[in-house]
Design a protein. Sequence first.
Length: 403
Amino acid sequence: MSDCPVCHAPMVPATVGTASIENCEKCSGNWMALDAFKAATGQYPSDGRHLSCPSCGAAMQARIIHKQQLDVCPSCSGIWTDAGELTALTGKDLKRGIPLQDFRAYKNCPLDRIPMRVFALDGVELEGCPKCKGVWLDSGEIDRLANFRIESGRRLFCPACGILMNLTILNDIEIDVCPSCQGTWLDKGEVEALSGHDVVQTVQMETEAVEEEAGESALDILAANNLEFLSAKRVYSQSPMPALKLAIITCSDPRLVGIIEHALGMKSGDAFFIKTAGPTTTGEGADLLRSVVLTTLMGGVREVLVLGHTDCMMTKLSTVKMQDAMRNAGIPEGSVPPSSLMEWMGGFVSERENVVSLVKLLRKAPLVPKDVLIHGAVIDTSTGKLTIVIDGFKHRKPMREPS
């Protein structure tokens, strides 16, 4: 499940009619993939026309203001009105506008891409397109003309793609549509208004059952499991040295707990496990390298396996989501510079390429003995299938004997 783009709370599965959607329990908003939206409403969402702000170049968003559908810039709060809309919105007769010496504005019409002309209306300088008769208003100018203020609106990012969604209008309802995947975000009550069906959480009964339990913490569960474990009186390897003389560098993903041992036929005491989010490094990778150096020099390790896995969360990182999460957690802005945030998180695009990159880093590390074999592989989290990426034996560089 994704996180809510409005309040960032985890969403839960739900249905509306026969369509499967995601529902936010906190703000009651709903995320719908394209097929789900079509199944629930009988319509396809449109991300609207794509107009760029004449002032700052940002993508503008549709807004319904006083029953008029306008294009508003979420960045600079400027407003584009099509022919007739400004008169309907303010009651001002544009024929009373006074051209300012036929001066051509530096801004181009967002529709026709031609220079607009400056004119004055009730003491406010506006820019109008001589071809389509649309009018551009900078931030605050609508307030001076009509004595009301239009907010620039929110900026929501697609829960699936992480890119900025477009605000558009459907049946007089403002909805947020992703221009990439066409997924749609609808605020509280909007799904019901468009589909005629109520939203029903598919996990509601399960959630209520969990809440009725004693409310055990994860630590309570682990402690109880440990008591059951001790009753079996099992005996495990007591040697601190790995039987396979192996160190495995892998990800801290919870899906890997147990699957590596079962899929590779490993038992207690076979190998050191070095886990990071990724597996990846940041900067020079000092945290990870320290563990590798200790296991090779002091732990008898002769082989290191860099083990990535499919569907890694590190390939889906978003600096925008991370900044929002830090802000919501009360972490001061600037704790990590935005320009280096992605590097600090250690995100990457391809699990396979990340494995290759980490293997190369370890081979170049001066404190890792050159006769230690460095392997690379990727394991499938759903099937346990192991794919060898790099066989370190084929790249072995024997250490020279001391003279």
